[in-house]
Unconditional design. Sequence first.
Length: 336
Amino acid sequence: MANLGEFIAGMPKCELHVHIEGTLEPDMKFALARRNGVALPYADEAAMKAAYDFDDLPSFLKIYYEGMSVLLHEQDFFDVTFAYLAKARSQNVRYAEMFFDPQAHTARGVPFATVIRGIRRAQAEAERVLGVKSQLICCVLRDWSAEFAMTTLLETLPYKDWIVGFGLDSDEQNNPPVKFKAVFERARREGYFLTMHADVDQRNSAEHIRQLLEDIRVDRIDHGVNALESAGLCDEILRRKLALTVCPISNACISPSSKAKEVRRMLELGMRATVNSDDPAYFRGYIGENFVRAQRDADLGRQDLMQLSRNAFEGAWLPSAIKDRFLAELDAYTSD
Ligand code: ADE
Ligand code: ZN
């Protein structure tokens, strides 16, 4: 293989951290706005993209929630999900676990059923037509109340077979994991795998990661790079073989760096680090571009890149027979 760029492009991939609403590209936003008669506060795509100038998590989240105003009907959720899965397939993603944020829609009067039915139909169509498999993780928003989170969890229950995991995202400031302890205990009892965002360089990152591990007992950590500040946290994450879903381009947009060197350090420690895209339409990079960025910033070699992909398939919430099939395909990639 000629170079690392080509190696990355062809490598079978598994994405564990992507927000469906974060894949809504400017052109689709304008098309849906026209279709649904929604006014956008930008004259054109160039003006919209110029506003994608984030320097921290809240400045990103403001634009992210604003963008969702065009998502109203089941077909809209189908369109955004199918477009993401087609893009992912073009970058050799074999399997994706995708977040969705139902509260950002139900709070605007869009029924939960409308959201999940559109997404589900796109997943089925993408698996049939494109051969890309996916599962859903329902996220609740940590800057809203625990009561609203519980109501949302209860709303998911009729659709339990369509959802593999339960997560926590949005603004971390003053919204620690323990705020949602009862909600996540119930989610566990309902059979969901658990994950939570521990965004990079937050005010209490290390303490929040401690809570994720000890109070919530998550099955995965989204981002979680700041665990490296504590040998005790790293040991526990290693002991439990928890995957960490790092998103280099997102990190570079909302923190001083891509944290690629931290990814390298995690690999050296044997931690299950993975590379993902987070909100690719806003941070301007899908999983392929994120691998390229991580490779460049930390001078990763082929073995590192393969390990990152292997970690993601191993950390996926899939039956082991399916996982083994994906892992065999990945192994075959370097044996020819
Ligand atoms: N919602 C969408 N992307 C997010 C991120 N990176 N952190 C927290 N909440 C999010
Ligand atoms: Zn995220």
